[in-house]
Ligand binder design. Structure first.
Ligand SMILES: CC(C)(COP(=O)(O)OP(=O)(O)OC[C@H]1O[C@@H](n2cnc3c(N)ncnc32)[C@H](O)[C@@H]1OP(=O)(O)O)[C@@H](O)C(=O)NCCC(=O)NCCS
Length: 231
């Protein structure tokens, strides 16, 4: 009896889900402008420097609160200079909610970065490096997490990179950042190489994993002439 009710409930829930737009479709993804610098700085400072872990030392938390405005200011300067440089193959994408379309709630940046090309040569001969699109500073404001915003931003980043004419996308993740690792695995990013093994063995610091995603269904490069093809 209980099994039958549970089965019917699941079927009804599935049918309802078909007619109701998913919560993630509420968010809009767009290219950031200089007006977003303040909000994006808040998101980055909050996500990367404010430690919500209750176990963290009280003094450390006071110190972080004290330096918070300085950190935010530094991030603002960095962002403003990246926005102003008009570098080819650089993009900052932001997510907004319909309730306030001018306020970014999440962001990520894409730039070109040298990545070691896997080769069969001995490592002491040096590894060949090539430039590839690279995602960094992905962060979602703590109030908006677990609603599919990061997933939507990453999908939009793939579209941008495909328009530039590239077929691979890279990013780093710390080995102890479980939420991010789970997200990247879900989206199809796979382990490529690792860094920081010396500090890991000597100091116990987490290693950095370089992840790679091979993009499929490439669209032709944009006519702006900015794009280059990789590989
Ligand atoms: C990591 C981060 C970007 C995820 O953003 P988000 O919008 O909450 O992620 P999404 O809602 O798109 O999550 C998609 C999937 O990723 C996984 N995931 C995301 N957050 C997770 C968490 N805290 N724990 C476990 N899995 C998680 C889940 O599989 C999730 O799907 P589900 O919600 O249906 O289970 C966000 O937690 C963040 O800003 N963290 C701080 C900054 C950071 O670490 N950035 C990454 C640097 S490499």
């Amino acid at each position: 009896m209980i099994t039958a009710i549970a089965k019917n409930y699941r079927i009804i829930a599935k049918l309802l889900a078909l007619n109701v737009p998913s919560p993630s479709s509420l968010f809009t993804i767009r290219h950031a402008s200089s007006r977003d610098v303040g909000h994006v700085s808040d998101i980055l400072t909050e996500s990367f420097y404010r430690n919500s872990n209750r176990k963290v030392n009280f003094l450390l938390r006071c110190f972080t609160d004290w330096v918070y405005p300085l950190l935010r200011y530094g991030i603002m300067l960095d962002l403003s200079s990246r926005f102003g440089e008009k570098t080819p193959c650089y993009a900052c994408l932001v997510a907004t909610h319909p309730a306030n379309k001018s306020q970014a709630i999440a962001s990520l940046e894409i730039c070109m970065r040298y990545v070691p090309v896997k080769s069969h040569r001995e490592f002491w001969l040096g590894r060949e490096m090539q430039q590839y699109p690279y995602i960094f500073n992905l962060a979602v404001h703590p109030q908006w997490r677990r609603r599919g915003v990061a997933k939507q931003l990453l999908i939009a980043a793939e579209k941008t990179v495909k328009q530039w004419g590239f077929s691979h996308l890279y990013m780093h993740v710390l080995e102890d950042n479980q939420p991010a690792r789970q997200l990247y695995d879900l989206i199809g990013y796979r382990f490529y190489s690792q860094e920081g093994s010396v500090n890991y063995w000597l100091l116990g610091s987490p290693r950095r994993f370089l992840l790679q995603k091979k993009l499929t269904d490439l669209t032709p490069p944009s006519s702006s002439g900015k794009a280059k093809s990789d590989g």
